[in-house]
Design a protein around this ligand. Structure first.
Ligand SMILES: Cc1ncc(COP(=O)(O)O)c(/C=C/C(=O)C(=O)O)c1O
Length: 349
């Protein structure tokens, strides 16, 4: 029985997250071979399916550690800014910890699945008339002015939890991959994976380090452009972030690993989203497909080393934002059937 990432990686996590453990069994997510992507890229591609976490995204890895640390300090209220998944996760773990949770989300720019989670868990929802970046400024002010814990990825306990994704990849594959690709929004996740890979290489069991390949949405690509984006725009609302909190750390991961951070268009994201569901059997929300869009783009440019072992983190479940499957479906095949009819012959037709 998987015991959650704090118990499974206790020797790799700080003591202060272990005195009062709050867990929903996060982590231990599937590493799925993706032959359809291997054929398309000429590499050997695996998907780290983070939608299989308790609240449907990788955020749970960092929330178990951040909320556990807050609980050990006797916190009663947690607050976070979010494009949706952080708030869904914070709301669930706050309930598990018996805490009150306040979330600040950009008005009208949060996917329904995520909003439903925050509401279901009884979070205090503050819809900010602005973007995620405005929400984060407000959340920081709240945490400065009141005795509430800020659980955004500026909180180092979040990064500590999220680095376990890298540990699991190495524990499953036997070593680090040649390349690790993933979406980049607030840039906590690329920072966390790089931290995990370097720790596993320093003291073993990894014998090597991957290149980190991060991908931003073209309409919301501050790190690619080299300056903040005041009005970020992308259908991948989870990564619609113009001024990443972990900007410098993401650049360090890119440069130290000899990797890259580039942009993919919404069209490329939606094409990858569809390949994942129609050819790999993995249903993700749009932002989660950015890493796959990225390796497909680089393959088209002849920049994917032949036979390279690539792990792509797909970060959130498709049920978070189901409209993208419905809207782009090419007319779902619906055949009317009367119960009395000979269903077999109809199905065969
Ligand atoms: C599905 C999904 N994929 C990728 C990202 C980008 O990760 P970071 O680069 O670590 O920010 C997010 C981030 C979401 C939030 O930032 C939030 O929930 O506030 C996400 O939900």
């Amino acid at each position: 029985q998987w015991r959650g990432i704090i118990a499974e990686y206790a020797d790799r996590l700080p003591a202060h997250v272990q005195t009062h453990v709050v867990t929903l069994g996060e982590g231990g997510t599937p590493l799925v071979p993706a032959p359809a992507l291997s054929v398309r890229t000429g590499a050997n591609v695996f998907l780290k399916v983070e939608g299989m976490n308790p609240t449907g995204s990788f955020k749970d890895r960092g929330m178990t550690t951040a909320i556990s640390a807050a609980a050990s300090r006797g916190a009663k209220v947690v607050v976070c800014a979010s494009t949706g998944n952080t708030s869904a996760s914070a709301a669930a773990y706050a309930v598990a910890a018996g805490m009150v949770c306040a979330v600040l989300v950009p008005d009208g720019k949060i996917a329904m699945g995520k909003l439903s989670q925050a509401i279901a868990h009884g979070a205090r929802l503050l819809q900010v008339d602005g973007n995620f970046d405005d929400c984060l400024i407000a959340a920081r002010k709240l945490a400065d002015a009141y005795p509430v814990e800020l659980v955004n990825s500026v909180n180092p306990d979040r990064i500590e939890g999220q680095k376990t994704g890298a540990f699991e990849v190495v524990d499953t594959l036997g070593d680090a991959p040649d390349i690790h690709a993933l979406p980049v929004g607030n840039a906590g996740n690329i920072t966390a994976y790089w931290k995990g890979y370097t720790e596993y290489a320093e003291s073993g069991p990894a014998t090597r380090l991957p290149m980190m390949w991060g991908f931003q949405a073209a309409g919301s690509a501050p790190i690619v452009l080299g300056h903040p984006v005041t009005f970020p725009e992308t259908i991948a609302t989870a990564i619609r972030i113009g001024n990443p909190a972990s900007w410098a750390q993401a650049e360090a991961a890119r440069d130290t690993s000899g990797g890259l951070i580039e942009a993919v268009t919404d069209e490329q994201i939606l094409a990858a989203h569809r390949i994942l569901s129609r050819e790999c059997g993995v249903f993700v929300e749009p932002a989660s497909a950015a890493g796959v869009a990225g390796i497909l783009m680089l393959a088209e440019q002849g920049r994917v080393p032949a036979g390279a072992r690539i792990v792509v983190t797909v970060t959130g479940h498709g049920l978070k934002d189901p409209q993208w499957a419905l809207r782009t479906a090419d007319g779902a095949e619906v055949t009317p059937v009367r119960v009395s009819a000979d269903v077999v012959s109809i199905a065969r037709a």
